[in-house]
Design a protein around this ligand. Sequence first.
Ligand code: SF4
Ligand code: SF4
Length: 200
Amino acid sequence: MDVALVEGSICIQDKLAVEEIKQTREKAAVVVAVGGCACYGNITRFGRGGQQNQPQHESYLPIGDIIKVDVYIPGCAPTPQQIRNVCVMAYLLLKGTKEQKDLATAYLKPLMMAAQRGTTACFCDLMTDVINQGLCMGCGSCAAACPVRAITHEYGKPQGQRDLCIKCGACYNQCPRSWYSFDVVDNYEAINEAIMAALQ
Ligand code: SF4
Ligand code: SF4
């Protein structure tokens, strides 16, 4: 495989799932975690088992806790365009011309850095990486994503109640500015053209 897309977290009591994710890493040049559960675990980190069909399934981890992941596509759910663009750019990074590789690097770098950053995130990370950097645009996605209502939206900005935060990473995953990149913004038209040309 050139590029493997993996969706969802991994149940560590499911030996087949654990084996398959390890095989995916061995066989694929680029492994992409698609969506919040694959990247950060989100609410699946708090699975406690007991489901009627698989009561023995109790613990779930984002894939980066089991294998090395190259690229994150955050979002719950990511848009089809995001997924398509990452596939095309990962392919161009492996097989493109020098110019295509440069654009693919610019496009993928923030998503690769997100994967290198790790599998855990909480409201404090949102404060440090987004709000305190002046990057918050007040969209409210973090507050809408929080499963325990630890974030309220006041005066156009998120406010976190840290004692309520269960560190699921959903807010960080959902924030469109947690992987903001000037390189992508500056090369927006050239990146779009490269993707459209590759699709034809
Ligand atoms: S603030 Fe909410 S969404 Fe963010 S990490 Fe904490 S519990 Fe999860
Ligand atoms: S999701 Fe990000 S940009 Fe939107 S309000 Fe929350 S911190 Fe700000």
